[in-house]
Design a protein around this ligand. Structure first.
Ligand code: BTN
Length: 246
């Protein structure tokens, strides 16, 4: 991963840069990193705050030979890779919130955005976007993020070596991607569950079909979150926003 690398000073979104490279035939593992994004994107059309020199804003091109409906598994796999790398390089004990967030004490430190292009139900390419709030200070955040976001620097008290962290993310990613391709999602799901801060907790999940309230129980074989709503009933959530109850 990252053998082909494009580093940009400023771009609208590394997702768009990576997508145009993928459309042009870029090989698997091609990586785009930017110092700043002027139009960083989050899930569900949200913005991703990406100030200059303060974070890790990067997108990876993948070409997994698999049906489109398995791609959410790659989001979860990437979360495990980022979580392991963050813990190893910074000692900050971040945890995973389904489907794509890394949290430290309830505050978001990293997010993952997976976008895919299909051909006949199969993946043509995926763009795995990774945002890590590495060296932001409290004063960098706009008011609306002040209470919901944090950074590795704020949590550990010292600046993070971004190059070392990127290298560690790529290394973990390669290990997990090889495991995923050899053994499927089962082992990844177990690793994800062990790093999760969602499971076992009371949650409300806001979905397109309305809210689902219960206990976040486990992942199913596809990567969906199973919410236990009582009497042994599980509701699978394929897409939604999890609110952790306190
Ligand atoms: C989320 O939590 O909603 C996902 C955030 C993903 C942010 C990353 S930063 C690099 C890449 N480029 C983008 O515009 N978004 C992703």
């Amino acid at each position: 991963m990252g053998q082909k690398l494009k580093i940009l000073d400023s771009t609208v979104s590394t997702q768009e840069e990576a997508r145009s490279l993928a459309e042009g035939g870029a090989q698997e593992g091609t990586l785009v990193i930017a110092e700043e994004q002027t139009g960083g994107k989050g899930r569900m059309g949200r913005k991703w705050f990406s100030p200059k020199g303060k974070g890790i804003w990067m997108s990876l091109v993948l070409r997994p030979k698999q049906p489109m409906h398995y791609t959410p598994q790659l989001t979860l796999m990437t979360g495990v890779a980022v979580c392991r790398a963050v813990r190893k390089i910074t000692g900050v004990m971040a945890g995973l919130k389904w489907p794509n967030d890394l949290l430290v004490e309830g505050r978001k430190i990293s997010g993952i955005l997976l976008e895919s292009a299909a051909e006949d139900e199969y993946v043509r390419y995926c763009i795995v976007g990774i945002g890590i709030s590495a060296n932001l200070d409290a004063a960098d955040y706009p008011d609306e993020l002040a209470h919901v976001a944090t950074s590795l620097k704020m949590e550990s008290g010292e600046p993070v070596d971004r190059v070392a962290l990127i290298a560690a993310v790529l290394e973990e990613f390669e290990i997990l991607y090889a495991l995923y391709q050899q053994e499927g999602f089962g082992p990844i799901a177990s690793l994800w569950e062990a790093l999760s801060v969602t499971l076992g907790k009371p949650v409300t999940v806001n979905t397109a079909n309305g809210p689902v309230t219960g206990t976040a129980a486990k992942l199913d074989h596809s990567g969906a979150l199973l919410v236990s709503t009582g009497q042994g009933e599980y509701v699978p959530i394929f897409s939604g926003d999890v609110e952790l109850k306190r």
